[in-house]
Design a protein around this ligand. Structure first.
Ligand code: ZN
Length: 608
């Protein structure tokens, strides 16, 4: 039995939800005030039999116990799984030996190191480092509050200190603090550098950034990537910023540690830094989860504030090209990504210290990312030529198509037409032909896969009939995981259509990453394991039209199932909640029932 199955079996949805919601458990379906949106009369319902929950109010969404913990705590799947495992008394270590903890864990080693670095900064050895901080207007008090220190370049070493403190050598190495030389002696990883501790969202020190104090390159180095320190997933300062981001529905992303520190000190508490790389899809997803509002309660926003130089612009575009997939994840458009550029091309750190009002203006003046993207690409292509027009169109069609708000979408089609110097109906006509890049990828892929067999009709039939609990979802996912050329046909599927949280996570990860390749030594990650399992499920068909047909059948069945499911629980809600429902909830529910009826009829008529 896997950890996931064990947790699923043992977790009692009523108990899990009760930790956050005051549930009225007198009826067959316990209900309470929704923890995800503000309301006066209960529209949040728990179904003990199926282990699921649903909000009939503004959220109009639901899921299982793991999904609930993810949403409530704003944490990723595997963390929610582990937390639940702990609560229901499943021994995580027994279930998966890969996560056994060493005697002293890397976090403890990092805590010991941070204390040592701070002591060195305050010591006579720290004179140069303190002068550097003074030059950047950082007082000792701030330095201490923000976890700075000094990795001195001398005889006394961190390795020696950690040994004296009884920190396990392996833990220190796992934490990336020391390395063992060929002669068997331990050596410090950071020498002659100002250190900045980096904490994860839970506030644990998971690594360090280190800045050179002379002109030596590289200017910044970080703890090497490890299980506890993954640059692509961490956001610097999130331990300080998370509460504010959640409360205000806005996150601001800057580039450097010093920028984030200056912002925090200046009272701009929603600020985090992207760890010195361009923002990754995983980081965007973390932020999107924190800023997103329930449907109908406005949009959350993530403001990317990046270098104003040309290289910075390139990086921003690359990020945006990546993060548009995030929009595909957020089907209801509850999160908006914006781009801010500091006046005069200064670093945020400088602007904040010199003129906090100017910084405030920079952030509030951020433009929607699609607008930024269209303008930036328009400047790069020669739109006077047909090739330039096509290039611009292909560069931004995906992001525009992925928008869920059709009014905004229209706005961008007309902006795009304007930048291309053509009539709007011309742009719409271009939509019917496939993107140049997609067509090329398709051809080369066909060549590579060669003589693969056809779609297994028996497998497809079984999936459509829904044999097995998740057969349909599994089959659909295996199709898109194996055939990337189906991407454009599947990005529009709302994630809510997947009832199984693990499948929903697989789908979400597939949407946000170009190619979710297996990561080495991550066998304890249930999402990875499921992806691998799904990859083996479907036989690779060679015929593109056949694949599209199979996929669209699955998508249609998934939608139908989703609407039927909605209908059932809506009806249940009417009977169960009826008397206590507020008038607005009642009216909203009625509207939604009419809407889902209409949509169901459309599905049957084959119009969707
Ligand atoms: Zn709600």
């Amino acid at each position: 039995v896997s950890l996931l199955d064990e947790v699923k079996q043992r977790a009692d949805i009523v108990q899990v939800v009760s930790k956050y919601v005051d549930l009225d458990t007198r009826s067959r379906v316990p209900k309470g005030l929704c923890p995800f949106h503000n309301e006066r009369s209960p529209s949040f319902v728990v179904y003990p039999e199926t282990g699921t929950w649903h909000c009939f109010g503004a959220c109009a969404t639901g899921g299982d116990a793991i999904g609930f913990v993810m949403k409530k705590e704003g944490i990723p799947f595997s963390e929610a799984l582990h937390r639940l495992a702990e609560e229901v008394g499943v021994d995580v270590r027994a279930a998966s030996p890969a996560v056994r903890k060493p005697d002293t864990d890397p976090y403890q080693a990092n805590e010991a190191a941070a204390a040592y670095f701070l002591a060195r900064l305050k010591s006579p050895d720290g004179t140069a480092a303190r002068a550097y901080l003074e030059g950047r207007s950082i007082s000792m008090e701030v330095a201490e509050r923000r976890g700075m220190g000094l990795a001195a370049d001398g005889l006394e070493t961190l390795a020696g200190h950690l040994r004296a403190k009884g920190v396990d050598g392996r833990a220190a190495r796992d934490a990336g603090l020391v390395t063992r030389g060929r002669d068997g002696a331990w050596r410090d990883m950071f020498r002659g550098r100002l250190t900045i501790e980096i904490r994860d969202q839970q506030g644990r020190i998971c690594g360090f950034g280190a800045r050179s104090l002379d002109s030596s390159e590289p200017k910044y180095i970080n703890t090497a990537r490890s299980e506890t320190f993954d640059k692509g997933r961490l956001l610097y300062g999130l331990n300080w910023a998370a509460d504010t981001i959640r409360a205000t529905g806005r996150a601001v992303v800057v580039e450097g540690y010093m920028d984030a520190i200056a912002a925090q000190e200046g009272g701009f508490k929603e600020t985090v830094a992207s760890m010195g790389t361009s923002v990754t899809a995983a980081q965007m997803e973390t932020l999107a989860r924190l800023v997103s509002r329930p449907q109908g309660q406005g949009q959350g926003s993530v403001v990317l504030c990046l270098d104003a130089d040309a290289a910075g612009e390139e990086a921003t575009l690359r990020e945006l090209a990546d993060s548009w997939k995030l929009f595909a994840v957020d089907r209801r458009g509850t999160v908006q990504i914006r781009v801010a550029r500091p006046e005069g091309g200064k670093d945020p750190d400088e602007v904040i210290r010199a003129d906090p009002e100017a910084w405030r203006r920079t952030v509030t003046g951020a433009v929607p990312f699609l607008e930024f993207m269209i303008d930036a690409y328009a400047a790069r292509f020669d739109v006077a030529t047909p090739a330039g027009k096509a290039g611009l169109f292909d560069a931004v069609r995906g992001p525009v198509l992925a928008m869920s708000n059709t009014y905004e979408q229209d706005r961008y089609w007309s902006l795009l037409a304007k930048r291309m110097g053509v009539q709007e109906d011309r742009v719409r006509a271009m939509l019917t032909r496939p993107a140049a890049g997609a067509a090329a990828a398709r051809t080369s892929r066909r060549r590579r896969t060669g003589d693969a067999g056809p779609v297994d009709q028996a497998q497809l039939a079984a999936a459509l009939e829904g044999r097995g609990e998740t057969a349909l979802e599994d089959f659909l996912l295996s199709l898109v995981l194996i055939h990337d050329d189906l991407r454009e046909y599947a990005v529009t599927v709302p994630e809510e259509h997947f009832l199984d949280t693990l499948n929903r996570e697989v789908f979400r990860q597939w949407l946000t990453s170009q190619n979710p390749a297996p990561r080495e030594a991550q066998t304890d990650d249930p999402i990875r394991a499921k992806i691998e399992q799904l990859r083996l499920l479907a036989r690779p068909p060679s015929d593109h039209p056949q694949r599209i047909e199979a996929l669209s059948q699955c998508v249609r069945r998934l939608r139908e199932r989703h609407l039927r499911h909605l209908k059932t629980i809506e009806e249940q809600a009417f009977t169960e909640l009826g008397p206590q429902m507020g008038p607005e909830t009642r009216a909203e529910l009625g509207d939604r029932a009419l809407e889902s009826n209409a949509r169901l009829r459309q599905v049957f008529a084959g119009r969707v």
